[in-house]
Design a protein around this ligand. Sequence first.
Ligand code: SAM
Length: 461
Amino acid sequence: MLFGHSKKVATSAFELKVRTELYTLVEIRTSLQQQQQHHHNFFLRHLMASADPLHDLNVEVDLATQSLLLAAANHDVRAVRDLLRTTPATVQDADTGFTPLHAAVAAFDDADDGGEAADTGINGVPAADQEEIKKRELEAAEETVRVLLQNGAIWNDLDNNDETPGCIAWRLGLKELYEQIVDAGVRAELLLTRLGEYQPLADDDEDVEAEDEGQEGISQAGVQQELNVQSSTTPADPSASNEAYLSSTLTFTPTDLLDSATNAVMMSWETPIMERHASLLLPKEGLRVLNIGHGLGIIDNFFQSHSPTTHYIIEAHPDVLARMKQQGWYDKPGVVVHEGRWQAVLPKLAQGEGELVFDAIFFDTFAEDYSALREFFSESVVQFLDSEGRFGYFNGLGADRQICYDVYTKVAEMDLFEAGFDVEWEELKVEDLQERGEWAGIRRPYWGLETYKLPTCTFVG
Ligand SMILES: C[S@@+](CC[C@H](N)C(=O)[O-])C[C@H]1O[C@@H](n2cnc3c(N)ncnc32)[C@H](O)[C@@H]1O
């Protein structure tokens, strides 16, 4: 089931306090008297601290922030609109990191946890009425979220619990709010790409290192953690750019391929995913396939098992190429290994004699960002794929966080459509990799989701 996913999160003492206040706010929405009392409590600490004249300004700013957070948590759309005239939607509570968007979503945290029998409902209110109240509350929340997003709220700001508003919506199973935020993310990311200002799904305060992040290491949270702990003596992260990665030394363990900073370039837990991609791309024997990025050779072995007539592999890393030689890839029937980056190899192939087309193309590189994938399918796949052919790629961008994954998946789908492709998605279950101990010794866990969305693309008919 897509929703109802529950993630255990560590909650700081102060956040618990603020959340408690927010829960209280939800409960007292129907009671003006209680609400006034709560306002009083909520602001008391700021009002008490106003002896210092310099503090006045801070107090004013903090009051404005708290008022907007409170109105958002109350789903008081009119108050939110009023407050947005003077207070930006991007404000964050200093203690919790909550933005108004976080507050609007987090207001549902345990809001209906009454634990009473379904027919009697909570506090003696019949279950049917409870349902109606919840429905209205959700409608008010949707409107609040809409107004905040229209007024510049940022869809992927992190709170101090390392959650975006969408993460909270996902955790609480708030499907409508979650989808609203995903759509906002898609709009923002599409706009950024259209403006030629591609940015990974990350916060403003992340630096350029994140902008060149590798495909399997693009994790917003991961990057941020890295930045927090990275000192000037820490060696540079080779996954930050394709160039740096290609000149780093690789290590092959019995199961994984790691770069010099223990980033996982490829891991064998992906084997079932690669197997399925290969079967969907080569549904029968005797087809022509092009694979970009050999890695551990997992998908190339599956391609071989489908007996292709032509099997081109483009691989850029010298250590991977050396291993391919050792393992006899250069001598396999039908296999042609092209050494170099796909960006350099493909133009040369295009200039060769005769038309070169494939029935299947697969793309899975490392230390390249979404713009590389987009460039690949909009320029190279349209050129090298047979009109009846199929294109697949490892869909792993943003995969340590459900909302980032869903945003990237949708952005790619829209860009693919613009490039002339239909996409069929298949969902594959992924085991809990943390539980399996897969991340031991790996610098940055790049996958944290239950479901892999496998894309198979064909030309729009
Ligand atoms: C994630 S691994 C591929 C794993 C592969 N799908 C498998 O089943 O084992 C990525 C591979 O792409 C290669 N690579 C990275 N950038 C490249 C580029 N620009 N052109 C060609 N290959 C590249 C890496 O060296 C690495 O071998």
